[in-house]
Design a protein around this ligand. Structure first.
Ligand code: HEM
Length: 407
């Protein structure tokens, strides 16, 4: 997807080379050292339940797919933006809307992918629709890159910048040249491009799954209530060891509909062989992550959403392994993996503490089956579906209304 901005992702590698010290890289530690990242996901999950309240009042408990997707996107965006650019950008509605549009273009760019494999398409005249779209997307991605970066630089100049990845990196590089600045800016946008939409996909699957599998939801709520008391308070990441079932739900979300079903393209660095097929050095390889995570030899009954498969008693003899392939392979493995798992955990736990999610029932009492289809893009999302979201109890409603909308 070079044509519209996934070139950003590649810049992360350029940055590592430039810093010449992968393990010491602050940017990566921002993502990997999960314990220091608890705050943005925990705050954002509160904003999400409060935001949901505005679209799920008692008269209209079934938000439109666009409405609830918007709140999910906003939550994912806030988390990454705050860590990358600080609170001013992370809570700016304008920037979230801009980033949301840019992300939507990245998601749609399944078509643009062809350009990576057929580079001559770059030279197709702009009267072709895909070229026109690519140009529009490129503008959005450019703005996503430049606007927040400029905002942090301005804050630094005024001495009001908070600690975030961009301010720390710019400070460290006090003698930064335009080239290194542009690498930092690209890296920051990469965090966003790679970190927000992936989380949106997994969280959207969560709403779908809760509507489809009420037993899973009931069991999760039982475990949450046992650990933290019937909604007396919202869950904290420190409650995690007491509620492993929420972890199992998160793993199963990543397995059941992998966010990147055909992974991200890698090149072989030397000649290789697989099942008798010769793979010459320099070949582009796309890992079939969906097939790996739906192999019945490893994941019995793979099409069923069954978090319990990850309980220790069901994981003997190599069965039901934690779905690591969802986060990629080799040196380009997702550096946001632990942050992503923390985020999924706290959002899933917070929502299930205060809300029930169920299938929509229409005016005539007919239950509407939510559509369990997924977009055929390299970054796959559930297609549009409806579900009903309502507070679990008056106490839960109170808890929701007590949380702040803008943290
Ligand atoms: C459910 C959530 C997530 C999933 C499923 C996911 C998955 C992936 C995958 C499959 C890759 C490509 C790995 C490869 O090349 O084999 C990747 C790369 C990456 N991810 Fe994630 N990711 C998630 C969340 C995050 C978050 C929250 C962040 C950071 C804020 C993040 C940052 C990155 C970055 C920077 C890369 C590029 C690494 C490189 O090319 O060297 N990801 N991710």
């Amino acid at each position: 997807m070079d044509g519209i901005g996934w070139f950003l992702v590649r810049n992360v590698l350029a940055y590592y080379i430039y810093r010449a010290d992968l393990t010491a890289s602050t940017s990566i530690w921002y993502l990997v050292a999960s314990t220091s990242n608890h705050v943005p996901p925990a705050l954002a999950s509160k904003c999400l339940i409060r935001g949901m309240a505005s679209i799920t009042d008692t008269k209209k408990p079934t938000p439109s797919p666009q409405e609830f997707r918007y709140h999910v996107r906003k939550t994912a965006a806030r988390i990454v933006l705050k860590m990358t650019y600080g609170p001013r950008v992370g809570t700016s509605e304008d920037y979230i809307v801009l980033a949301d549009k840019a992300l939507a273009s990245l998601a749609e760019a399944g078509a643009g992918y062809a350009q990576d494999y057929l580079p001559f398409l770059k030279y197709a005249p702009s009267c072709f629709e895909f070229r026109r779209k690519a140009q529009k997307w490129r503008k959005l991605v450019r703005a996503m890159l430049d606007v927040p970066f400029a905002s942090v630089k301005e804050e630094m100049a005024q001495g009001t910048a908070s600690k975030c990845m961009v301010s720390e990196e710019l400070e460290r590089l006090s003698q930064a040249c335009p080239r290194t600045e542009s690498i930092i800016s690209n890296c920051a946008a990469t965090m966003f491009a790679a970190g927000a939409d992936t989380v949106v996909s997994a969280l959207s699957s969560f709403f779908l799954v809760m509507a489809l599998y009420p037993d899973v939801q009931t069991r999760a709520q039982r475990e949450l209530d046992k650990a933290i008391g019937l909604p007396q308070r919202l869950p904290l990441l420190t409650d995690r060891p007491q509620i492993p079932y929420i972890d199992y739900i998160c793993y199963e979300l990543l397995r059941w509909n992998p966010v990147t079903p055909i992974g991200i393209a890698h090149y072989t660095t030397e000649d290789d062989e697989y099942k008798g097929y010769r793979i010459p050095k320099g070949t582009t390889v796309l890992p079939n992550v969906w097939a790996m995570l739906h192999d019945p030899e490893t994941y019995p009954d793979p099409l069923t959403f069954n978090p319990d498969r990850f309980s220790p008693e069901n994981r003997a003899n190599g069965l039901n392994q934690i779905p690591d392939p969802a986060f990629g392979f080799g040196r380009r493995l997702c550096p946001g993996k632990f942050l992503a798992l923390d985020t999924l955990w706290i959002v899933v736990a917070t929502i299930l503490t205060v809300y029930n999610i169920s299938k929509e029932v229409d005016e005539t009492g007919q239950v509407k089956e939510p559509c369990a289809e997924f977009t055929p893009h390299s970054l796959s999302h559930p297609g549009p579906f409806t579900c009903t979201i309502s507070p679990r109890s008056p106490t839960a409603r109170q808890l929701i209304m007590q949380t702040e909308m803008h943290t």
